[in-house]
Design a binder for this molecule. Sequence first.
Ligand code: FAD
Length: 380
Amino acid sequence: LGSVVVVGAGLAGLSAARALRGQGFTGRLTVVGAEPHRPYDRPPLSKEFLTGTAEEPDLALERPDDDLGATWILGDPAVRLDAGRLELHSGQTLAADGFVIATGASARPFPGAVTLRSLDDARWLRHRLRTARSLLVVGAGFIGAEVASAARTLGLDVTVVEAAPAPLAGPLGAEMGAVVAGLHAAHGVRMICGVGVDRVDDGGAHLADGRVLPADVVVAGIGARPETGWLAGSDLTGLGLTDRGDGIECGPDGGTGVPGVVAVGDCAAWFEPRLGRHLRVEHWTAAGERAAIAARTLLGLAPKPARLPYFWSDQYGLRIQFAGHTVDGDEVTVEEGAPQQHRFLAVYRRDGAAVAALAVDMVGPFSRWRRQLETKGSST
Ligand code: FAD
């Protein structure tokens, strides 16, 4: 390959650029980003950055020894990708032999509420939480739960409203979701599950059951949508955008079906052989690791399998970790520790085989289980 353009200057884009160079690519490398910022780390935005224990320079993803020899075009989003040619909002076009699509995701909006995805969102929210007395969070997913935790650390009154019967019921299952609900309650959060928020206005959040809950700040954490809209008008035979609008369909090596185009990070739904379907993994570790696999694919090197999805979340000073996949009907057993004490490790099994592990405040045992799931999965 003589030239590669990486579209998206976030974690996956930067990781892909690094991996390309690391795997011997010496051609012309360009990284295009919609935001004006150099690549920054998002996980602290809902944690240390909100509470004030991390500042903006701490968020930088580039390292002093990064020597990518890349041209950076920031603040100029890509608007169209045709065979061998990328068009930017400014009208500039970039021709290249290879493209890495790494445009991430954006927060699903909720009218009247703010969302948290970007540094600019976090700057605003951090400022507001300094003076606000109460926070209401719509949705008890990871970001909502972390914002709730940060706001409690800052001393705010916090209410979380979740339409599902328990927080994080999707990724963790209802049983473990209930454990997480207990964690919030133990830290003084009012957690209301099983009822949706109809609308938010100056009076607060209007719940489906008629209750109106006033709050100084309302944050919605109701999921993210892949940033693929810009590809809609593109002329690319073979590019699979999932029917559900859930990302760019890729093989297990990041290949998109369009020669010379790979996709990675939150915008990509890679084929997951363990599940037999495509899955968008919206987590930090996968964005970095899979960028290296996608770079190999682009360079025509032998593929390497992707690791099991893994994520962590920090809430109330506790590290929550999860690896693997769980689906409805999996059996979950606590193997170590005690959920009531907010320190435990649980394993999910399907047809007797371990498929996932969850840990709260048990980093060491979790690492062992993660390795075990990775290596022998079905026989554990
Ligand atoms: P992004 O980081 O979103 O980067 C994509 C970049 O592409 C963005 O800068 C975007 O502006 C740019 N872009 C978009 N459209 C265009 C376009 N048309 N042209 C050019 N550029 C474009 N994961 C965990 O595992 N643990 C955590 O604790 C955790 N905490 C998180 C907390 C927050 C607040 C957020 C938002 C995410 C968190 N995540 C966490 C998820 C993790 O940060 C993401 O999985 C990761 O950032 C994905 O990287 P990415 O490069 O695919 O996407």
